[in-house]
Design a protein around this ligand. Structure first.
Ligand code: FDA
Length: 307
């Protein structure tokens, strides 16, 4: 029950103000967010990549209301590309972009988001890095996949994200499982209505396995975005069954979540990419992390009460 409430709260400005001002919020945010500034974040990136982990970077800034904010977000990603390029890590570094941060929800948003994201994809490609388009709520799926198709004409390495909780996703996986296509499969983090998405966690998990089978059997490059130990084991098994080498798919987990598991998979020879969010606009991201796991919320509430 708590999850949907928290997901609704993630879109409330009033609750944003209360949560952001509470002093106990900070240590919890620090667990999930690498830093507010780029220089702090760069030292986290050096630490992760130095240990052999790959990264995908998220400059936090979703759900903007003004085109100037889209330009600010675009420029932040261009600055990030400049900062990462001297590390010479190539495709071990990737940008994860939420098109809502690039203007997708504004008037004329589809074209605006495409226009704003293109220079970032160009700059990343020049530095040998990749970009992945994060997937947001279901009202954006068609637009995001259409922008992906457009970008892939010039930059075929641009990554897609699909969410197993959506009924449509198995079909999307069939369409995306083509040569060179990088596809991150996740369960999905938004509050979605029953006419478009599975509501039962077990149904979402079963759909995840069906989608995983399609991606592993296909010709693309599957990216398993999950902390779920059962799904990780199934992905390994499917990888073996389909004769995939360990560099023909990868695991991805969020910064600060199941760190020991990240290290274990890396030690087993898997490619392990960490999704690293940074910036000051952490509220929506933070609330989705609380919603995913009641224990996080219980911990947060206990800290509030025990002060
Ligand atoms: P599940 O939620 O069942 O968790 C399995 C286990 O992992 C838990 O039992 C717990 O141990 C641990 N765990 C999971 N979440 C935790 C948390 N918040 N705090 C502490 N422990 C936690 N979604 C989306 O809609 N669009 C997107 O673009 C992306 N992108 C993305 C990238 C990457 C790299 C990852 C890993 C995830 C996403 N997601 C996403 C989020 C995704 O949809 C989903 O909400 C979370 O990954 C949680 O689902 P799990 O598959 O981890 O399983």
């Amino acid at each position: 029950m708590l999850g949907p409430v928290l997901l609704a709260a993630s879109r409330s400005d009033a609750i944003r103000r209360i949560v952001s001002a509470a002093p106990v919020t900070r240590p919890m945010v620090d667990r999930f967010v690498a830093g507010e500034r780029l220089d702090q974040t760069m030292s986290v990136i050096r630490g992760l990549t130095g240990r052999g982990l790959d990264v995908t970077m998220d400059f936090l800034g979703e759900d903007i209301t003004d085109p100037s904010e889209a330009l600010r977000n675009r420029d932040a990603y261009l600055g990030l590309t400049d900062a990462l390029a001297p590390l010479n890590l190539g495709a071990r570094t990737e940008m994860s972009i939420k098109l809502s941060a690039f203007g997708q929800a504004l008037a004329g948003g589809h074209d605006l988001a495409l226009a704003n994201v293109t220079p970032v994809v160009e700059a990343a490609a020049e530095a040998g890095m990749n970009v992945a388009l994060d997937m947001e709520d279901h009202t954006t799926t068609d637009s995001t996949l259409a922008i992906l198709t457009e970008l892939r004409k010039r930059f075929p390495q641009t990554g897609a994200v699909v969410q197993s909780y959506l009924f449509r996703t198995e079909e999307d996986c069939h369409a995306l499982a083509t040569e060179g296509s990088r596809v991150r499969l996740v369960k999905g983090a938004y509050k979605e209505p029953a006419d478009v998405a599975f509501q039962d966690k077990r149904e979402v998990d079963k759909a995840y396995v069906r989608c995983l089978k399609v991606l592993m059997a296909g010709d693309g490059y599957p990216m398993i975005g999950s902390h779920d130990p059962r799904l990780v084991a199934i992905a390994q098994e499917l990888g073996r069954q389909h004769g995939r080498k360990l560099d023909e798919y990868e695991f991805q987990m969020l910064f600060g979540i199941r760190v020991a598991e990240q290290e274990r998979l890396l030690a087993e020879g898997h490619q392990m990419r960490i999704y690293v969010p940074y910036g000051t606009d952490w509220y929506g991201y933070f609330m989705r992390r609380l919603a995913e796991r009641p224990a996080n919320m219980a911990f947060f509430l206990r800290s509030l009460v025990s002060r």
